[in-house]
Design a binder for this molecule. Structure first.
Ligand SMILES: Cc1cn([C@H]2C[C@H](O)[C@@H](COP(=O)(O)OP(=O)(O)OP(=O)(O)O)O2)c(=O)[nH]c1=O
Length: 200
């Protein structure tokens, strides 16, 4: 085994975007989808939501790996959009996606992503988050409806995907792009490094 990659990475996620992003790190990994519930309390701050849910996803997978003897790091992650102190998750339906995009257009919002890493053998846990500011262009009703009709908003926090057709809706961002897509690679590699796993 390469000493750089002394641990296998276990991504606790069903998100195809996160799977694609982690594969770009070129380290050995496997996917174990986490089916943790995503309920949160009313008084949680955005940071508490994304860090709490990232940890819950990683812990749910950790419970299934307790007998494992191979050194591994479990990675859980959660993304929300915050506009004027209001949390926007995934849209429930087309109407919900339309309303979210109408409120986001022409304004700057924040995307929070939490990342939790658990060392399977020792239980050592690190939890962090990143924030990226995203400014959306002013959009006509026709454009918003056309984007909703594309089907892309579903399954995406805030009802858009910056990595897809949604790129055409964005004016600018400040901060990590990968944080918006759902897995801040620069933060994650810093965290992995603290476990002795160096990507480069
Ligand atoms: C803002 C934005 C979000 N998203 C996605 C990333 C996440 O998959 C999703 C937020 O939902 P999450 O609940 O964070 O993740 P998930 O349910 O898709 O996957 P899992 O919990 O199994 O890891 O929104 C984009 O793909 N592009 C974007 O531009």
């Amino acid at each position: 085994m390469n000493s750089q990659h002394s641990h296998r990475i276990i991504l606790a996620s069903t998100s195809p975007r996160r799977q694609e992003l982690i594969s770009s790190l070129r380290i050995p990994y496997e996917i174990i989808p986490s089916h943790a519930d995503e309920d949160t309390l009313e008084d949680w701050t955005p940071r508490e939501i994304v860090e709490g849910l990232a940890l819950r996803k990683a812990e749910a997978v950790h419970r299934t790996c307790l007998t494992q003897t191979e050194p591994s790091i479990i990675v859980g992650s959660d993304t929300i959009v915050l506009l004027d102190n209001q949390v926007l998750g995934k849209p429930k339906d087309e109407q919900d996606a339309y309303v979210m995009l109408s409120s986001l257009q022409g304004k700057t919002h924040e995307v929070y992503t939490g990342v939790a890493c658990i060392d399977v053998l020792t239980g050592r846990t690190l939890i962090r988050h990143r924030v990226t500011a995203v400014t959306m262009k002013s959009l006509s009703h026709r454009k918003i409806q056309a984007y909703v009709n594309s089907g892309e908003p579903f399954d995406k926090a805030g009802s858009y995907a910056i990595q897809g057709l949604g790129a055409t809706l964005i004016d600018s961002i400040q901060g990590c792009y990968f944080n918006v897509v759902g897995l801040p690679l620069s933060l994650l590699t810093d965290m992995l490094s603290e476990f002795g796993v160096d990507v480069l």
